[in-house]
Design a protein around this ligand. Structure first.
Ligand code: ARG
Length: 565
């Protein structure tokens, strides 16, 4: 725990005031000789009905002094705390030595399950750059919650239902080639899909044909179903290459079609509860009370919708996983959809509707304009990843041609750079995807942080364990630069906590960047290994603590750490 918070906790115990109130009042004295922290007692005067100075005087006897606080005194209405940096550094670093890459792990979530719906791609549509965010945010949240002890269930809610499958069958029967599609995967499917839309502009009868084919799938026609499953297989096989590159996994691929036979009971329940109304021949749930447009459940022709499937999925997930929370990592364009979904479930009388969270995020657009699947204007994520890997490889060839296992290292760095840039900005910000920026490895980037990690490891290697038995001289941490590193290290567990509460991996992206910057600053200003054996031993312990913490931080983001760079 952060030393400031430990002090706040001690004051809270002694005074009865809430910790966050104390936190807000805490001051940092302008002059260090007055202490590292000062707590003003003016606010307590009302509760205790005493003069602030008296309260300060009495409280200092009651406060249980944390080990790293060398002195507490009262000056006027202030209580001053003097932190012994060496003791604090020793506590934190020894803790990290003990826990290694488990530092920050907790069992807060023990016995609780979190369902995470992320990536959730649409079959036969390309995995474009817009899918990057849901995939990497979801993956990171999965890791964060697992690290906090939750049982996580990652669901890829496949978009595998809808009229586009009718279009695809029609297109395939007209212009498709099995081998080409087996080989070219989604790109080839997309080609015929785009062609369908072009030709349908002048031949509207194609749309009727597509509708008929979709009906055939719905009716269980053998040939239509076989094609439908084949399109799905081709897409998933193709996309697994990207998931493998990104290191992303799912526990379930139950998508929209999975709920074909699970919607009726929910529709019946809506009807029984008097929530289903007719509107223009369609069936809706009226949400006027909540100031929302009605939620469409059945179309005029009796067919179900995206929302109907999501409703069935929510009940299925609650029943199957008994989740503590169900997260939907989906762009903010679907804000209304999820509001309606959650409200309908609440109206049905289920309080667990409050445990469903739309973890939304901003749009990704291309520097040169929007994307359109129908027109075939998309940037394929696989290309972006391959380019980043190639670029890394060429830098390695130039700077370190003798390096071992260049393929692995290029992949770790190239893919890491793409994930990092997607997770750098806060979730809700719109993001303009700019190739050059993602492929620029200077400044606040994954390679920068990964490089700091390898620097730490190579320092430790250079020390060859010579200092393992040497008593560390913790006084090195009285220096501001060194203490800065230590105090950042102490922030880590709470930071993970915060990232989980806000569903915000970017907090971790920033954290590892700043930790690497703090370490690098120390590294440039001071020597880690010098003639003083005891000081060197202390600095090396800090170096190991930084390496392990960066490794965990990057892992939580879904980014690997090369051992050499
Ligand atoms: N397939 C949808 C899309 O690409 C996202 C699905 C999100 N998950 C859900 N349960 N609705 O827009």
């Amino acid at each position: 725990m952060n030393y400031r918070n430990i002090i706040c906790e001690a004051i809270s115990k002694a005074s009865g005031l809430a910790e966050n109130e104390i936190e807000a009042l805490m001051e940092t004295p302008p002059d260090k000789s007055l202490g590292d922290f000062a707590f003003p007692c003016f606010k307590l005067a009302k509760t205790f009905r005493k003069a602030p100075a008296m309260i300060a005087g009495e409280l200092i006897d009651k406060i249980e002094k944390p080990g790293f606080v060398s002195q507490i005194n009262a000056v006027g209405a202030y209580i001053n705390f003097f932190v012994d940096r060496s003791v604090f550094a020793k506590d934190i670093i020894e803790k990290i030595m003990e826990e290694g890459t488990d530092y920050g792990r907790s069992d807060r979530g023990r016995g609780k399950t979190i369902v995470l719906d992320y990536s959730s791609i649409n079959i036969a549509k390309p995995f474009h750059i817009g899918h990057l965010l849901t995939t990497v945010i979801g993956n990171s949240l999965y890791r964060i919650f697992s690290f906090l002890g939750y049982t996580c269930v990652g669901v890829n809610h496949l978009g595998d239902w809808g009229t586009q499958f009718g279009k695809l069958i029609s297109a395939y029967k007209r212009w498709g080639n099995r081998e080409l599609i087996e080989e070219g995967g989604i790109k080839e499917l997309l080609n015929i899909y785009v062609r369908f839309h072009k030709e349908a502009e002048t031949h509207p009868e194609l749309e009727d044909e597509a509708r008929a084919y979709f009906k055939a799938i719905e009716d269980g026609d053998e040939e239509a179903l076989a094609l439908f499953h084949w399109f799905k297989d081709v897409t998933l096989k193709d996309i697994s290459k990207i998931y493998d590159l990104l290191g992303v996994k799912f526990d379930s691929y139950a998508g929209e079609s999975f709920y074909n036979d699970k919607m009726q009971p929910v529709i019946d329940e809506l009807r029984e509860k008097g929530l289903l109304e007719e509107s223009d021949g369609a069936m809706v749930v009226n949400l006027d009370d909540e100031g929302l447009p009605p939620c469409l459940i059945l179309k005029r022709d009796g067919t179900t919708l995206y929302a109907t499937r999501d409703l069935a999925a929510a009940f299925y997930r609650k029943k199957t996983y008994d989740f503590d929370k169900c997260l939907y990592v989906v762009a903010y364009q679907q804000n209304l959809h999820f509001k309606q979904l959650f409200t309908v479930i609440k109206k049905m009388g289920y309080d667990w509707a409050d445990d469903m969270v739309h973890v939304n995020f901003g749009m990704v657009s291309m520097a040169d304009g929007a994307m359109s699947t129908r027109e075939g204007r998309v940037v394929f994520l696989e290309e972006v990843l391959q380019k980043a890997i190639e670029k890394t490889r060429s830098i390695i060839e130039e700077k370190n041609p003798g390096m071992e296992d260049k393929d692995t290292v290029s992949r770790q760095i190239g893919v890491g750079a793409v994930i990092f840039s997607a997770l750098y900005a806060g979730r809700i910000k719109d993001m303009v995807f700019d190739y050059d920026r993602v492929l620029n490895f200077d400044g606040e980037t994954a390679p920068y942080v990964q490089y700091c990690h390898t620097r730490c490891r190579s320092l430790l290697q250079r020390a060859e364990g010579r200092y393992d038995a040497v008593a560390p001289d913790w006084s090195v941490f009285t220096e501001d630069e060194a203490f800065d590193v230590v105090s950042r290290l102490s922030d880590f567990p709470e930071l993970i906590e915060k990232a989980s509460l806000r569903y915000e991996p970017s907090l971790i992206t920033h954290y590892v960047t700043e930790l690497a910057q703090a370490f690098n600053k120390y590294y440039y200003d001071f020597r880690i290994i010098d003639d003083d054996m005891n000081k060197t031993a202390a600095r090396l312990k800090m170096t190991l603590a930084v390496a392990d913490t960066i490794k965990t931080g990057l892992w939580l983001l879904g980014i690997e750490t090369p051992t050499k760079m």
